[in-house]
Design a binder for this molecule. Structure first.
Ligand SMILES: *Cc1c(COP(=O)(O)O)cnc(C)c1O
Length: 639
């Protein structure tokens, strides 16, 4: 029995603490009395909570296999309300005279369902859209109906893009062109003259303020986008010359995404508001201050300025912004503008949960070794054995180095034919037994020696899971982003194993070996032992932002099945939409194979095999059926 077992029964509270679900769950995710993960978009209304295991069985009954991406429409709605209400309350409390008008940046999750839900539900707050390309503008105009909401056009704009935006203005949309580069202004003015529509202009500026964090290259003097101060002034002069200064209504900046430190947010707002006040003094009508994105998600729940966290709440974010804007403008007598933010990550991260089953486990073997060695054992193996037997807390670092040394020496001897395969196998057992003991001893130390920091992952089990990192959580692979991952059931049982996760691509990068932790990054995840024949399910949470369209077809694993869920206040739920994931034929056609043609060719091969007497005609029928089933199948492991 280990310590935890001696201390008493494992409980849901212990699971809550171990996996940090209350820290990162934002009140949406919790654990039930039965030990399942619950989802609840209504936070305080406990009777609305729905078990993810119930949803899985519903999904299974409808014939959809794992992996499945669940999208919870209400979580999207709830985040939009939360953001708008938080700004609303901050403005009321501080007696701000303007209003808040959020826009959702389409690039963060472009799925039609997301945009439709944002425009439909967001209407009550006049929550608008931000587009960064022609395609996104075309998508926005197909769904947006609200003429009070903002439609912000960032990005490189060609003539088609500009014409479409101008027609939107003509139709009554609050559509803004944000000028990102000096050269853009001429073409916007030219097209607006030709079409006879006065544009709403915005300017994107480069701030000198630069934020810490992972995605913050967009800020600072050398950022790719935006005008510097002298370019800004010369644009104001051009507008004055052309008698068009009355078109300049918005100031925009974007520091970058996931800004963990509130101080960076504050100093950027202060600087931008100063620029805003000066533009008003120059005679521009202005009226809109657009602070871009950056509102971070607390992925690890640590509430710190670590890259995947944030040291502020959404309420504090709103209050600090409103306060900062007022502190500058009130002293210069400039009216309060409409505050716009382009928060994408916070709006959609909670919305999607990826679920998959564990296919297999490679357990770390805790080898037993004998109490005594044969006299005939070779010297090096004896040395390794002595290291094992003399191990103590005081000398673990030394033992670790010695164990590695002797192991390598023994491997060399094997290569040169000086010991047998059996002897080498025995030495590996002694080695792993030693490493395992070192890892156990290490837990007694307050500060771990640097060399031993990752020793847990060396003796971790490998849980092979039915999903692709590359397709479903690309940022985990590309930039080591952390997402909360945990079992979604059996949470009243002690998770006895420490594991790393491998996906089913045969790529050694297709793994997860960094996990959230309050103080650090864990290298293993505590998981339950598989029970014979029972499915074991894990969830990756907060994957609604940026993951879906960045995902790729590595090893030709395609889109997963997607199910949209709407949870009702009484705890019933509807599966409002199902999207079948890619079939094998689908992904092959993405790389220019033609499934019909493939069938024809394979049939020829089978026919040849009949002619050569290898198979019978009825074999051919069965073989073709298997090939056809393969083409139609889901790209993931099917039951
Ligand atoms: C990506 C992007 C956003 C979204 O940022 P989040 O941090 O996800 O809220 C907003 N505005 C612009 C211009 C962007 O490029």
């Amino acid at each position: 029995m280990n310590k935890t077992e001696l201390l008493g029964r494992w409980t849901k509270e212990k699971s809550e603490e171990l996996y940090g679900i209350k820290n990162w769950g934002a009140g949406y995710f919790s654990i039930s009395e039965k030990g399942d993960v619950l989802v609840n978009p209504y936070k305080d209304n406990e009777s609305a909570a729905v078990s993810l295991m119930d949803i899985i069985s519903g999904v299974r009954e409808r014939g959809l296999d794992m992996p499945v991406l669940l999208r919870f429409e209400n979580l999207l709605d709830s985040q939009i309300s939360f953001l708008n209400n938080s700004f609303g309350e901050a403005m009321k409390k501080l007696n701000y005279k303007g209003v808040y008008r959020g826009v959702y940046p389409i690039k963060v999750n472009q799925q039609q369902q997301v945009i439709e839900e944002v425009t439909k539900f967001g209407q009550r707050y006049h929550h608008g859209l931000e587009v960064g390309s022609k395609a996104e503008l075309v998508a926005a105009l197909s769904l947006m109906k609200d003429k009070e909401a903002c439609l912000i056009c960032n990005g490189y704009k060609d003539e088609e893009f500009i014409d479409l935006g101008l027609y939107a203005v003509k139709m009554g949309y609050k559509c803004f062109f944000v000028i990102e580069m000096p050269g853009e202004l001429d073409i916007v003015l030219e097209r607006s003259q030709i079409l006879g529509v006065q544009p709403n202009l915005g300017i994107r500026i480069k701030l000198s303020a630069k934020a810490g964090g992972h995605w913050t290259e967009s800020g600072g003097d050398r950022s790719i986008f935006g005008l510097n101060v002298s370019q800004l002034i010369s644009m104001v002069d051009t507008l004055k010359e052309k008698n068009m200064l009355d078109s300049l209504k918005l100031l925009h900046y974007h520091l970058g995404s996931q800004i963990p430190n509130i101080r960076d947010i504050r100093s950027a707002v202060l600087e931008a508001t100063r620029v805003y006040a000066e533009l008003v003094k120059e005679g521009a009508p202005m009226g809109y201050l657009d602070l871009g994105g950056g509102l971070a998600v607390d992925y690890d729940g640590s509430n710190t300025n670590y890259s995947y966290s944030r040291n502020y709440t959404v309420e504090e974010y709103c209050t600090d912004i409103v306060e900062a804007v007022m502190s500058i403008l009130d002293s210069s007598g400039v009216p309060h503008p409409v505050i716009v933010t382009e928060s994408g990550r916070t709006t959609v991260a909670y919305y999607s949960v990826l679920l998959f089953n564990v296919l297999d486990v490679e357990k770390f073997e805790e080898y037993d070794i004998p109490d005594k060695l044969d006299e005939s054992t070779s010297e090096q193996i004896k040395n390794l054995y002595d290291v094992n037997k003399n191990l103590s807390l005081k000398n673990i670092q030394e033992c670790y180095n010695d164990a590695l040394y002797y192991r390598d020496e023994i491997r060399d001897m094997f290569k040169h034919g000086r010991i047998s395969l059996r002897e080498r196998a025995f030495s590996e057992k002694v080695f792993w037994n030693t490493i395992n003991q070192i890892a156990k001893e290490k837990q007694k130390l307050k500060n771990s020696p640097p060399d031993l920091e990752d020793i847990e992952s060396a003796i971790a089990d490998i849980y092979y899971c039915n999903f692709s990192v590359f397709q479903s959580i690309p940022d985990s692979w590309a930039i080591d982003q952390l997402f909360p991952i945990m079992p979604i059931h059996r949470l009243l049982e002690l998770p006895k194993r420490n594991a790393v996760i491998a996906d089913i691509t045969c790529d050694c990068d297709g793994k997860i070996d960094r996990f959230i932790d309050l103080h650090d990054v864990r290298t293993t995840l505590p998981l339950h032992e598989l029970k014979n024949g029972d499915d074991y399910y894990l969830g990756v949470f907060l994957v609604g932002a940026y993951q879906e369209t960045l995902g790729d077809l590595h090893n030709l694993f395609g889109d997963t099945n997607v199910v949209s869920v709407r949870i009702n206040p009484d705890g019933n739920y509807d599966l409002v939409k199902e999207i079948q994931g890619d079939s094998v034929a689908d992904v092959l056609s993405y790389v220019e194979f033609d499934p019909k043609d493939m069938l024809v060719r394979f049939r020829e091969t089978a026919e040849d095999a009949i002619r050569d007497g290898l198979i019978s005609a009825s074999d051919r029928r069965e073989i073709m059926k298997a090939y056809d089933n393969g083409l139609r199948g889901y790209t993931y492991y099917e039951r």
